[in-house]
Design a protein around this ligand. Structure first.
Ligand SMILES: [Fe+2]
Length: 162
């Protein structure tokens, strides 16, 4: 088995390029905005115009009664505080969660939780008859964040959103 290690060198011809703007953003500067499920809050960090996905911090209040929802794309998350789960499959703080594309589920969280989440595609809400009630994609998230004053840091161009 070979091991590769990247090392510093003074003779490198490839030089580091300083970006024009900071690559960091202080999420403390964003206020929590109400999300699509009652008792849930979000801070939108970025959107992916290609996949309809988005990156956010999600906060869920204790004893939230989440509806069944679906995922067009996978979800990757890191639980920052609290815990949530699906029956006996549960994740506390600093646990990574992977929800595959096509998942349909109903999480519960008696104590509430906060999670950093990358949605690799839209989230779906359903009507009683199984038809789709809502497609929560990056564009919808951007519009909600913009209306709440929490999208100025995001550089996207949806031509129909001023
Ligand atoms: Fe989910």
């Amino acid at each position: 088995m070979s091991t590769i290690q990247l090392k510093k060198s003074d003779s490198m011809t490839v030089k580091s390029v300083k970006p024009r703007e900071s690559v960091f953003f202080d999420t403390n500067s964003l206020k929590w905005l109400p999300w699509v499920i009652e008792g849930t809050w979000f801070k939108l960090l970025n959107v992916d115009m290609k996949t309809g996905g988005y990156t956010m911090i999600l906060k869920v209040e204790p004893d939230n009664d989440a509806p069944v929802h679906g995922h067009v794309g996978a979800v990757e998350g890191l639980i920052l505080e609290g815990e949530f789960g699906y029956d006996d499959d549960r994740g506390p703080g600093m646990h990574y969660v992977w929800e595959p594309a096509g998942a349909i589920h109903q999480p519960d969280s008696p104590g509430g939780f906060t999670m950093f989440a990358v949605m690799h595609g839209p989230l779906l809400g359903y009507n009683d008859d199984g038809s789709i009630a809502a497609v929560v994609d990056g564009k919808m998230m951007y519009q909600m964040a913009k209306e709440g004053g929490g999208a100025d840091h995001i550089t996207v161009d949806f031509p129909d959103i001023d």
